[in-house]
Design a protein around this ligand. Structure first.
Ligand code: IPE
Ligand code: IPE
Ligand code: MG
Length: 251
């Protein structure tokens, strides 16, 4: 089992990570299929390679001091894929959490799931619920996996829950509305940086509400090839951006 190092200021400087570190990074992990296709391999081979890349991204997020890492693993639209691919993805997720939970827990990682787990095979659902419970008191990196997640679904569910709670129109503020979203379980609410791998420049129904003021970085690298070094390049790009939040900044 690996205990992840925490980089010192000098080590971060050596990596060029000297600016404002994002607190919350969200990643749309795309391009597993294309990565496999380029190698004349089945798509599931790409998903496996993607899981391996993810483990390194979790480790490095801890090392550089990210507070929340959210990854898009399965969208509400991904049910449109062939059943064989969906099953292969679920098996890989089971394998990943089964294998990695001890290490994640030992490194103080706190696991969250964004999305509706009820449609998943019992084995995967139970494993995820166990992982969430087991790491609930951990205080290190928050690692949120978006599974059967779609922003429109999230927003519609929030609206339904608000009606069920008998809130009046005056009760409904942006803050209250956010409390009804899946992301309410994470202490740092909105992603500072959203990275999408594999060249597409779209959100694909990911964090529509939460992305209101996020910075976007798109990279052509497919997710299985998305090494910590490639990740650090995206963070450096984020550090070069000026965030104004609608204000005029003093010169
Ligand atoms: C992984 O990449 C994302 C998931 C939905 C699991 P893809 O499977 O979408 O790969 P491409 O986009 O077809 O290359
Ligand atoms: C977005 O990737 C969903 C995940 C990464 C889980 P897709 O590959 O499903 O997105 P589209 O279909 O190209 O927009
Ligand atoms: Mg894709």
């Amino acid at each position: 089992m690996k205990i992840y190092p925490k980089f010192t200021g000098a080590e971060l400087e050596k990596l060029g990570l000297t600016g404002n570190m994002p607190k919350h990074v969200a990643i749309i992990m795309d391009g597993n299929g294309r990565w496999a296709k380029a190698r004349h391999m089945p798509r599931s081979f790409g998903h496996r390679a993607g899981m391996e890349a993810l483990q390194e991204i979790v480790r490095s997020s801890h090392s550089i001091g990210i507070e929340v890492l959210t990854v898009y693993a399965f969208s509400t639209e991904n049910w449109r894929r062939p059943e064989s691919e969906i099953n292969a993805l679920f098996s890989l997720l089971v394998e990943y959490f089964y294998k990695e939970i001890d290490e994640l827990d030992a490194n103080n990682v706190k696991i969250h799931v964004l999305g509706d787990l009820s449609r998943f095979p019992a084995k995967l659902r139970e494993l995820m619920e166990t992982a969430i419970d087991r790491t609930a008191l951990n205080s290190g990196l928050n690692f949120a996996i978006a599974l059967n997640y779609g922003s429109r679904d999230e927003i519609v569910r929030a609206a339904r829950a608000i009606v069920q709670a008998n809130l009046t129109p005056d009760d409904i503020t942006e803050g209250i509305f956010s409390e009804y979203l899946y992301t309410n379980s994470i202490s740092v609410p909105d992603p500072d940086l959203i990275i999408r791998t594999a060249g597409e420049q779209r959100l694909s129904n990911f964090l529509l509400w939460q992305a209101a003021y996020s910075e976007f970085v798109f990279t052509n690298t497919t997710f299985p090839d998305f090494t910590p070094e490639a990740y650090y390049e995206c963070i450096k790009e984020f550090m070069r951006r000026t965030r104004r939040f609608g204000k005029v900044l003093p010169n």
